[in-house]
Design a protein around this ligand. Sequence first.
Ligand code: HXC
Length: 524
Amino acid sequence: MSSLYEKPPVEKLVEELKQLKAKAYQGGGDERIKFQHSKGKLTARERLALLFDEGTFMEVGTFATTKATEFGLDKQRFYGDGVVTGWGKVDGRVVFAYAQDFTVLGGSLGETHASKIAKVYELALKVGAPVVGINDSGGARIQEGAMALEGYGMVFRSNVMASGVVPQITIMAGPAAGGAVYSPALTDFIIMIKGDAYYMFVTGPEITRVSLGEEVSYQDLGGAVVHSTKSGVVHFMVENEEEAINLTKRLLSYLPSNNMEEPPYMETGDPADRDVQGVEQIMPNDAAKPYNIREIITRIVDNGEFLEVHRHWATNIIVGFARVGGHVVGIVANNPEEFGGSIDVDAADKAARFIRFCDAFNIPLISLTDTPGYVPGTEQEYKGIIRHGAKMLYAFAEATVPKINVILRKAYGGAHIAMDIHSLGADLVYAWPTAEIAVTGPEGAVRILFRKEIQASQNPDEFIKQKIAEYRKLFANPYWAAEKGIIDDVIEPKDTRRVIVRALEMLKNKREFRYPKKHGNIPL
Ligand code: HXC
């Protein structure tokens, strides 16, 4: 007689396990997978297979299912509960990921689904590894009622706990409506795919129509183009899913795994002490004329490789990652081709967020300054240029990473300070011979300083011209500032790369301390 405790042979149990796993890997089943593909979308597992080095993905929570029973959910239990979670290696480094599975209950988020995401965050925080989230979901699982909302709370909290500890990247690979948009927004970078199947908004077109009488399409309300050009919600817009994954890998290649590590140094084969060729030809002699700052950036950095963040939004300032002499840096540069390089509310927000990310993850900051000031006028004042502009000041002053500022041309007023100067905390400030450093531009300065004289003058135009010439002679060069000690050196443009590399190497072990506090209070 067999024992009550006797099990079937292990081979049979293994066979059963294989069958159960095969079922789990099928998500919502063949039909739904076909439907997912028909919309041009990959499945959660296909996406993870592209992300991770072959054979490295280790899944957790394969068999987890919903505990809910309402609205027939007890008869609709799917292994995995609509999200595939785990870790693997990306270019040899450990990365955690979750990918929502739209084939299972529309990728909707219930209690178990949320717990699985929270679990990978918990592990990622313990070991100090980045988290990549691939979002493709109908939002809170309606059948699970307020438990689904608790689930979102759990995910949001995980996002916030991880902020500044491990890098977080979200790929928008499907819909995101309502509060579901806030997990991506709480992460460091959002990559969004162009196309009808991908959108994110707090309130959809239907409610917009009913409550405001405003007719708008899904894409015009929340597509990748809108979010990467108008709202600034999206950091990178890509053409397709493969591009989204490749970009994720490229972005990770610049980032340390956590806030205790240095960003990954890499031999790039580009000589650290080479001249920067031809920068003089890019900048026009006429200080009123614009030029392409991206060309200057790509000539300075290793092999011309610059990963621009927010490329299509607030383009009057340019931010992104590069390597110089193999060292990862974050670049913040004014763009004279847009508003002359002046700073407005969006540019200040964009720069401040980028600066804070770099500071959190030990990435040195390089400013390339050419700005005539903050954008004037009622529109900007009403939008709060005071509080937005203050964010940039706050972010630079707060940052303790190595900070190097190279003033290329104009450095006027508050915007000069906002690009980081000595008194704000810059470690080294260099200037090209083309630099102009002053409280305000010549025209404005003369009109303020000589208001009475201009009124009394027989020939005010001539008087103004003469005073502008005097002002420019004094301030439209870097030497007055260098004499005062606020510029460390005036350098030849061709030496910029060499100077930056040597400064970075000297600053490598920089330590700067702050008063202990719970947290600061950045202006919003
Ligand atoms: C449960 C859902 C679901 C959800 C989709 N499904 N969203 N099930 N809860 N939230 C199910 C559908 O019933 C369907 O199941 C399957 O997923 C596929 O959905 P379709 O509608 O057929 O897909 P599609 O036509 O591509 O439309 C996608 C969609 C739509 C636009 C996302 O499904 C939709 O509008 N869903 C509801 C969106 C929503 O209102 N979510 C709540 C937002 S509020 P069957 O079995 O019929 O195929 C929110 C609060 C978060 O998220 C708060 C945090 C603070």
